[in-house]
Write a protein that binds this ligand. Structure first.
Ligand code: UD1
Length: 427
């Protein structure tokens, strides 16, 4: 397994292109199951999770072509050969559960493994199941699998989510496109990935309105057809790279970045003293000479501060001039990066869902280990600012969600490289 070596202390200057959104792509790909015509996704990110979703769809009988070096994906579900999403694939990636609704809507049956444990909390799928049951799905949990059937077809209904769930909103939206009648989704997630999915489904012939608000209305149609859809920019990759010059110093342009995708995060970053400006091609982020001011952060569903940027923000706040509080309200156990940052000299106190971070003058490089995707990249950000060398081990998490992180950062002057485990162990 590879490691990433970072030698800290270099200010960054340059441009970083922002890729298509991982999370959007992972829900757009299963949407192809809703039609027998091909769905073409442009601006696709080249990531391990996208390849895992492709493998899952292929196991169901889809054809998946990666064109233009993986930037364009064509998913064709002309015939569904299998209705079973196997544990071997689902356990690797929770987003696999997004095939459940589309398979059921198209075929009237689906068997999907339960995702099992996850490093960032229980993350059950009960809301996905409740939402599908509301449309008349018959659900049976046995042998670690959800057996779903809709022998007489699905019927639109009103469903109010008890808590906001991105994935469950996506599953219900996709399923409702082919149900008979009207589905009203209340307390729906408002994330940009939901808006992107709605746009894509409309291109495929679906009747949806209200995406981006708490109430989404889907009018079922007889059939959907093929379409071509560009994946939106990855707001989490954008926020992550906005933090790179913030923590390391310097000035970087994020090409393709839009402030509206990360507004709550950008407001907090500015409150720390970082400068953000819109440019014709994206956003420019600069750290003026002064220190970082502490801020308090609470993670919330969109448009609040995203949980997927909490770890990276914490890396910056370890160097603030004062004490910051980060409250995690979306996932339990999402502070696994804290002990690793502490090995680099950070002062962090975690109590339940709140981390209190007392800024230190400097971080020191250390061997650290990543425990999930966003935690991994927070350690790389910390490494950019730390004195000496930081080695981030087990970077397969990183490859699930960040395209060529070392190339993007080294193009801006960072001293960062990927090394094979054997070399990193000896060197
Ligand atoms: C998606 C994102 C993930 C992000 C998260 C929150 C993808 C592939 N992943 O995950 O990067 O961190 O949104 O913005 O898009 N919950 C239940 N029952 C369910 C489903 C969820 O209790 O059936 C809980 C979860 O444990 C969590 C909360 O609801 O506490 C929100 O999770 P959810 O929005 O569903 O996250 P995902 O869609 O899995």
């Amino acid at each position: 397994m590879d490691s990433i070596l970072v030698r800290g202390g270099r200010a960054l200057t340059g441009r970083i292109p922002i890729a298509g959104s991982k999370n959007a792509c992972l829900t757009l790909m299963p949407a192809a199951l809703l039609t027998d015509e091909p769905l073409t996704l442009t601006n696709a990110p080249r990531l391990a999770d996208v390849r895992t979703m492709a493998t899952l769809l292929q196991s169901l009988g889809c054809e998946v072509a990666h064109l233009q070096d993986g930037r364009v994906l064509v998913v064709g579900a002309e015939t569904i050969a299998s209705h079973r999403a196997d544990y071997d694939i689902v356990r690797r990636m929770r987003a696999s559960v997004l095939v459940l609704g589309p398979l059921l809507a198209r075929e009237g049956r689906a068997i999907v493994s339960l995702p099992g444990g996850c490093a960032i909390g229980a993350r059950p799928v009960d809301l996905h199941l409740q939402a599908l049951a509301a449309l008349g799905a018959e659900l049976d949990l046995r042998d670690g699998y959800v057996h779903a059937a809709a022998p007489r077809g699905l019927v639109g209904a009103r469903f109010a989510f008890p808590i906001v769930s991105v994935g469950a909103t996506e599953n219900l939206m996709m399923t409702a496109t082919l149900a008979r009648g009207t589905t009203v989704i209340e307390n729906a997630a408002c994330e940009p990935e939901i808006v992107d999915l709605a746009r894509c489904l409309r291109r495929m012939g679906a009747a949806i309105e209200g995406e981006g608000t708490g109430t989404i209305v889907v009018e079922g149609v007889e059939r959907l057809h093929g379409a071509t859809h560009p994946v939106i920019a990855d707001r989490i990759e954008l926020g992550t790279y906005m933090l790179a010059p913030a923590i390391a110093g310097g000035e970087v342009e994020l090409v393709g970045g839009e402030r509206g995708l990360v507004a709550a995060f950008a407001d907090k970053l500015e409150a720390t003293g970082i400068e953000i400006a819109e440019t014709p091609g994206g956003l420019r982020v600069a750290r003026p000479g002064d220190g970082i001011r502490p801020v308090d952060v609470v993670t919330e569903p969109f448009p609040g501060f995203p949980t997927d940027l909490q770890a990276q923000m914490m890396a910056l706040l370890t160097l603030a001039e004062g004490t910051s509080r980060l409250e995690e309200r979306i996932f339990e156990n999402r502070f696994m990066h804290a002990p690793e940052l502490m090995r680099m000299g950070a002062r962090i106190d975690v109590h339940g869902g709140t981390a209190t971070v007392t800024g230190v003058d400097a971080l020191r490089g250390a061997p650290v280990m990543a425990t999930d995707l966003r935690a991994s990249v927070s350690l790389i950000l910390a490494g950019l600012a730390a004195e000496g060398e930081t080695r981030v081990a087990r970077v397969y998490h990183l490859d699930r969600g960040y395209e060529r992180v070392e190339e993007k950062l080294s193009a801006c002057g960072a001293a960062i490289e990927r090394v094979a485990e054997s070399k990193s162990e000896t060197g």
